[in-house]
Design a protein around this ligand. Structure first.
Ligand SMILES: [Zn+2]
Length: 222
């Protein structure tokens, strides 16, 4: 199947981002047992009239029926899809995941009705590209409900086993260098997200600057 991407720009995003380290899968939800419409989701992310509440967006939306995937935020810009969330990436816990991820919305409600074959195939096609382009390992392809305990998407009917199986052959070159915002200033292999705490300790264990000073003072009296 050939897939296409149609560009419809959302107003809701921040320019730029730290990196594309994760891919987050969502669903668009339902209302009174009716799956939200594809057009409705587009106009929710790109309202005709500017709104100051519920400002949300995602990079991509995949319809239930066969039609082009819609992209609403550039990969290199920050869409507003993850909300309050957290995940460990390369050993660091992050709570701001919008600027480290690509958000993909599936039209539907994965706790109400299963996704279509078209959606699964388009999703695999899209995720595979992004994994290769941005070196995202399979373990960092996650559902919204995994990164945020208050969320229920993409839901229990989303077939993670099939999706993971389809993506397991994607080979990703995970770089050894830390992401640009993380600086190992004393080059001892131990990195703190707050560079002020990155203090060199000869035995290889980093401690706080305060701890070092206390220890240095005590060593004077030995
Ligand atoms: Zn979501």
């Amino acid at each position: 199947m050939a897939f296409q991407i149609e560009w419809i720009e959302s107003q809701f995003f921040d320019p730029g981002k730290i990196a594309n380290q994760m891919i987050i899968v969502h669903h668009t939800g339902s209302n009174n047992g009716q799956v939200n419409s594809f057009e409705g989701t587009i106009s929710w992310f790109k309202p005709a009239t500017w709104r100051t509440y519920s400002q949300v967006s995602a990079q991509y939306i995949i319809a239930r029926e066969e039609r082009p995937i819609v992209q609403m935020v550039r990969d290199d810009d920050t869409a507003w899809h993850a909300g309050r969330s957290e995940w460990i990436i390369d050993g660091h816990k992050y709570t701001e995941l919008n600027n480290r991820s690509i958000g993909i919305e599936l039209q539907g409600d994965g706790n109400l009705v299963g996704y279509t074959q078209f959606q699964y195939e388009a999703l695999i096609w899209l995720i595979r590209q992004k994994m290769q382009k941005y070196n995202v390992p399979l373990e960092l392809v996650r559902g919204h409900q995994e990164i945020s305990t208050q969320k229920v998407d993409p839901g229990r009917l989303f077939d993670w086993n099939w999706v993971r199986n389809q993506l397991s052959s994607v080979s990703v070159n995970v770089p050894n260098t830390p992401p640009a915002d993380v600086v190992d200033s004393d080059n001892d292999g131990v990195v703190y997200t707050d560079p002020n705490h990155d203090v060199y300790i000869p035995d290889g264990r980093d401690r706080s600057l305060f701890g070092r000073i206390v220890e240095a003072i005590f060593s004077l009296f030995k």
